[in-house]
Design a protein around this ligand. Structure first.
Ligand SMILES: *Cc1c(COP(=O)(O)O)cnc(C)c1O
Length: 368
């Protein structure tokens, strides 16, 4: 059994993937081929955003968002402590200060109360200027935008949605990543919608931000190739990856439905650990199916004995990472993030898990 089974997915769409790759090889348009614009139009339409740009990775997507709003040293950017390093890393990379916000124990996502407390704390106790919030749609579930967006508005903060794990998760039928001023996602192979290398995308309804990010993507390009109007990046999505994603988009809506069925079957059968909570009106794309228990080692060992792989996302929250220990002194404490890093573990999750496999995983857990 595999943790994420990309082989079965490839077997299903091999003809389409191979034909799309072949077509790029024949056109030789490896950079900015027509597949890139075609994919961007499809993704924008699917998400319900006005604009989409294919980019080089989910990390670069967040970086471009921060650059587009002119984030600079002295700015505070609020990120959850319980996330993948990239969310906080890009903030520090451009010289701004990540402020670590605690998360909700049930959804794993940024806590609106901790966000409010940290904004007040930064305003009253530091020289930093609050600039932006990067909520993460962790494990595939959109963050609590119903509470976070009004807080952002009240304090005049930009929301950059990190939906690397949450592409097309939804709140009341509206899809991620369309909840922030800028939305980002990743097409790293193991993400719910993955390519065969590195890739990502940014989304926005704001034409001004779109124009800036389009320029940032190619060395701060102005009106033509050798006109450079700002310091930028080389952050394009390459044509081969776009061609692969076009084939995968054909089955993605179906895969999301099946992922949800897998999660439902897990949750209906697992009694020995705390199963994930999806609030009313929300839907997850289940990048991870994550349990909580005070006896993680026992369950992981029992599953390992049956050759069932498990993973821990994340063993260390951001505020306890060596790289951020000093920085974290400017944030309030994050006790829930610290606790979750001791209690969570994730089960195999992909659309090609069959009912027998799911049931045997549940049995091993309940009997451990
Ligand atoms: C994977 C991930 C990223 C980074 O995406 P890459 O494409 O690997 O650069 C950023 N944030 C979160 C929450 C992620 O899971």
């Amino acid at each position: 059994m595999q943790f994420i089974d990309l082989e079965q997915q490839y077997a299903r769409i091999q003809a389409e993937i191979n034909a799309n790759i072949q077509s790029v090889l024949e056109s030789q348009k490896f950079i900015n081929g027509p597949e890139v614009a075609e994919l961007e139009a499809q993704l924008a339409d699917f998400v319900g955003s006005k604009y989409c740009l294919g980019v080089s990775s989910g990390t670069d997507a967040i970086l471009m968002g921060l650059m587009a709003i002119d984030t600079k040293p002295g700015d505070a950017v609020f990120v959850p402590s319980f996330t993948f390093i990239a969310t906080a890393e890009v903030v520090a990379l451009i010289g701004a200060t990540p402020i670590f916000v605690d998360v909700d124990r049930d959804t794993f996502n940024m806590s609106a109360q901790s966000l409010k407390d940290n904004i007040e704390h930064v305003k009253n106790n530091t020289d930093l200027t609050p600039k932006a919030i990067i909520p993460v749609d962790l494990f595939g579930l959109p963050a609590d935008y119903k509470l976070i967006n009004p807080i952002a508005k009240e304090h005049n903060l930009v929301v950059i949605e990190d939906s690397a794990q949450g592409f097309a998760g939804a709140i009341d039928g509206v899809k991620a990543p369309s909840f922030g001023h800028i939305g980002t996602t990743s097409f790293f192979p193991a993400k719910p919608l993955g390519c065969y290398g590195d890739g990502g995308a940014v989304f926005t309804d704001d034409e001004g931000l779109y124009d800036i990010m389009k320029s940032l993507r190619v060395h701060g390009q102005g009106s033509h190739k050798y006109d450079n109007v700002r310091v930028g990046l080389t952050a394009r999505l390459d044509t081969l990856q776009a061609a692969i994603l076009l084939a995968k988009m054909e089955i993605y809506p179906d895969e999301i439905k099946v992922r949800d069925r897998v999660a439902e079957r897990y949750s209906a059968n697992i009694t020995a650990c705390k199963t994930p909570h999806v609030p009313d009106g929300y839907s997850s794309v289940w990048a991870q199916y994550t349990l909580q228990t005070n006896d993680r080692a026992r369950f992981q060992e029992a599953l390992k004995e049956h050759n069932i792989p498990t993973m821990v996302y994340y063993v260390k929250p951001m505020h306890m990472q060596p790289v951020f220990i000093e920085t974290a002194k400017q944030s309030l404490d994050c006790p829930v993030s610290a606790e979750l890093s001791e209690t969570v573990f994730s089960l195999p999750m992909h659309p090609y898990l069959n009912d027998n496999d799911i049931d045997s995983i549940c049995d091993v857990i309940n009997q451990a």
